[in-house]
Write a protein that binds this ligand. Sequence first.
Ligand code: GLN
Length: 516
Amino acid sequence: MNDVIQLTAAELAARLTAGEVSSAEATQAHLDRIAAVDGTLNAFLATDAEISLAAARDIDARRASGESLGELAGVPLAIKDVLVTTDMPATSGSKILEGYRSPFDATAVARARAAGLIPIGKTNMDEFAMGSSTENSAYGPTLNPWKLDRVPGGSGGGSAVAVSAFEAPLALGSDTGGSIRQPAALTGTVGMKPTYGGVSRYGAIALASSLDQIGPCARTVLDTALLHDAISGHDRHDSTSLDFAWPSMAAAARSGADPATLAGLRVGVVKQLMIDGVQSGVQARFEQALDLLTAQGAEIVEIDAPHFEYAVAAYYLILPAEASSNLAKYDSVRFGLRVTPQGGATVEGVMSETRAAGFGAEVKRRIILGTYALSAGYYDAYYGSAQQVRTLIQRDFAAAFDQVDVIASPTAPTTAWALGAHSGDPMRDYLNDATTIPANLAGIPGISLPIGTASEDGLPVGLQLMAPAFEDARLYRAGSAIEQLIADRDDAPFWTQAPELDAAFLATAQTGKATN
Ligand code: GLN
């Protein structure tokens, strides 16, 4: 494996600044990697080498002319296909948007470009971000590089795999109920859902607007923080965007790199998040992480959050209700696909045939559920009650954060499951998010970072940390300290072993297709 692609974003940025490598070289190395492995992994839905290399050469030229550039200038960035860009398609994983091109850039993308990042492609995802495995993509599943018969999590499996498999050092994701954090956990990477409103949603294809949040993915906590800094901040195009003077997340990550900073940190463990069905190896790694924290002088506090057990139920009313409304705009007139029925086209006929052909099963299921929940006579019973439960969950969090600085849980109750294992039983997917959904309902930030592999299957386990709204920096500080402790542990199974992992999937990739 080419060593440029093994560098973290921070390391690559330092080499770019020092002139030891050019952005064109770094971009080409990642494009080569994509060409070599992505026929197997299917993390990318679109790449355009010419566009990416032109952007990279532009940064190289500006650097050569002495222009002062952002810290990440010249570093490649993968972009979840939920974000629109002017120079590549955006499908949100759906057939209904096949071929769609946006006339504008999503704000997160525009800011990334302004910071000098090089968009390297659009990543695969569950259709309209509905799912936990990326198997709901209309363009085929993404495979998990840790074991090719496993899902990478979802909905942002493509972004997580892009960074996990060294196809990109950085990626953008969206998290409505866990779609950044859960794939991070299942692929051994880091993913952050910022405070609701911390990163603009302008140009993010909406799933459930009161829950959706754009955020960063990477292989290290510092890299995640650097990307967070590049994309966050107030945006007048997004009415829910916060006008707040955010501290530097990268500075927080750097200050946390010393595990001694964990002394005195009060860490809450919510009884209701230690749900039945947590896999034994996940539980073991979680307890080990708590032990590492305790050894540094952190205090573990058990927390009761009685309404968390209703979080999944409330989420699966609020999300479908908002999604059914957001997805009404795919009417065959304004965007993408249009199917004309045989034997005469009426307006209703074209719309219903288009939606029947363009949406997949999970999207239809949620539109039906959401439309029902919002219908006259049922609104109060379903959507209204779910919103009340949401308030109770927010109060549980507020009470918890009176006692603790952060809340810790396993990011997901299991490691990556086999492709197809949940087919026909969407509830199994829904329950995999029981631990991530509460943060979206409350609008608070949450991060997932790798804490080792499960002994029974050798697959990555993630630790989730949550903090009160606006305290994103606290997660980077603590996350970075924990990352350091894990790296120091004798059995740390992470990126040091990646080349071995690589041999397995490269072999498959080369037999699977002849790209280079
Ligand atoms: N898996 C969850 C769902 O299907 C989360 C999705 C997301 O965060 N976009 O709704």
